[in-house]
Design a protein around this ligand. Sequence first.
Ligand code: ADP
Ligand code: MG
Length: 281
Amino acid sequence: MRPGVVVALQANLKALNLANVARNVEVLLRQAKEGGMGCEEFLLELTEAELQARAESRLHRRIKESKFGLLKPVETFDFEAVPELDIRLFRSLLEASYIPERRNVIFLGRSGTGKTHMATALGIEACRRNYRTRFVTCYGLVNELVEARQERTLQRLIQKYVRYDLLILDELGYIPFSKEGSELLFQVLAERHEKGSVIITTNLGFADWTQVFGDPTMTAALLDRLTHKAHIIQCSWQSYRLKQSLRPQRGRRIEKPTEPSGTAMGERAEEAPSGEDSMGP
Ligand code: ADP
Ligand code: MG
């Protein structure tokens, strides 16, 4: 190859906004030569490398913008632990077609049943499909709205929350709102109605929502909008953590104090997945 060709090629690739390929072109060229690759195959490799790098950086950007509390993907969700879950429905939700259909998803159930984990997993899948997603606790959103009203930026903030393709509202009902707070939250949800999907996680049954929102007429109107075209997932099982701690510890022995620590390590590896916060591939 003529000297300077690679340098010129890299400059051209950068000028064409193909920075990822520009960075890797030398390695790709070497691999192509060593593998006896034809021109068509080489170009295909090159374009695929660029597309993949772009998809990865878009996913990172979407995930960062979503502000998930903990990054819990579906890969760390243990389906065997929740046989009562309608897995077919949940798997179809992971495909995210409820988003263009502007349908909502409501997770109802006690604390620890995996509602936040499932909502986050759906959010991560939405990011993978390039949907603008935002995760926020109800309490956090209400505080933001109240502050924005004081600073006279309420309309701008409401419009921001209306524009997301998917809004995940975590923990409805954990903390009751002030009258102002519930009106503001109602305003966001009313404005989003049929414009974008909402996922809500709550420990309250629908009958108890008036306790949180105060006004029965407003609550009825809100429920009517939210549940219209919604997928409702009743998490009626026990808390995951509680279940794990009550589970008979298979293969556990009472350790003698003198036993080498390696044995204990080996046993720990047999424990159920903790669902910790690593991202999947
Ligand atoms: P909730 O929001 O219903 O209170 P979380 O989603 O916060 O419950 O779950 C509590 C903890 O248990 C989290 O660490 C979560 O990752 C884990 N967890 C719950 N259900 C499962 C499951 N089926 N598989 C793996 N981890 C789970
Ligand atoms: Mg939760």
